[in-house]
Design a protein around this ligand. Structure first.
Ligand SMILES: *Cc1c(COP(=O)(O)O)cnc(C)c1O
Length: 217
């Protein structure tokens, strides 16, 4: 696989779903990938990336941005409150808003900094105890609370349970977004992004299918 293969598959999935070409944004998930693979994708002109650790992103993206200009960075892994300030300064989109304590911290920092990245609420559609995300039943109230704090909530994100049919989870996420008037749906990874596009994903987060398998240590 490569960047151009994935772009072609996204375009094909858009056509199949009767969606306008270019309506789905590809977030290239560069976590743990060797720099030379990320450089190659940057050199091909791609500018939207996802990272799951604040510290790792902090270590590599300032230099990439210096070399390649503006890149849109999405945080897609858990955010601890004590890293929130750094994350708000580094990322353009934080996809993992998943609890009231974090929303209060982000609201306070947004006041202080005078700006805030776009935010997505992570929903634990599979209600898995070990997984981050707000439970589906609590999502509407949580979104309302975040909006009342003036947070720029733009959409929702989910990671379906590995052993279940992703389409059901994607459909649930789409339903929650629709009834809350939210436009962005971040769903779908290397193994299921075409299904996600068929179910309304506006953003797909694809890592290994673009860059190759991540090194294990
Ligand atoms: C790692 C990761 C991805 C990308 O996974 P691939 O299977 O490599 O495409 C997408 N979303 C999240 C939240 C991730 O942590």
């Amino acid at each position: 696989m490569s960047l151009s293969d994935i772009r072609q598959r996204i375009a094909a999935a858009e056509r199949k779903a009767d969606r306008p070409e270019g309506s789905v944004e590809l977030v290239a998930v560069s976590k743990k990938q060797p720099d030379e693979r990320v450089l190659s994708v940057l050199e091909q002109g791609h500018r939207v990336f996802g990272e799951n650790r604040v510290q790792e992103a902090q270590g590599k993206w300032p230099a990439f941005r210096e070399q390649f200009g503006d890149c849109m960075l999405h945080l897609i892994g858990p955010l601890q409150s004590n890293k929130a300030r750094v994350a708000m300064e580094l990322f353009d989109v934080i996809e993992v808003l998943d609890r009231p304590k974090l929303s209060k911290t982000l609201a306070r920092l947004a006041q202080e900094l005078g700006s805030c990245p776009d935010l997505l609420v992570q929903v634990n559609t599979g209600e898995e105890p070990q997984k981050a995300g707000i439970l589906p039943a609590d999502a509407d109230a949580f979104i309302a609370d975040c909006l009342a704090l003036d947070l720029p909530i733009r959409g929702l994100m989910c990671i379906p349970p590995v052993e279940e049919t992703p389409a059901l989870h994607f459909a649930l996420l789409a339903k929650i977004a629709e009834r809350n008037g939210l436009d962005i749906l971040s769903m779908g990874m290397s193994g299921d992004f075409e299904t996600a596009i068929a179910t309304g994903a506006t953003h797909v987060r694809v890592g290994s299918a673009i860059f190759g398998e991540r090194p294990t240590e």
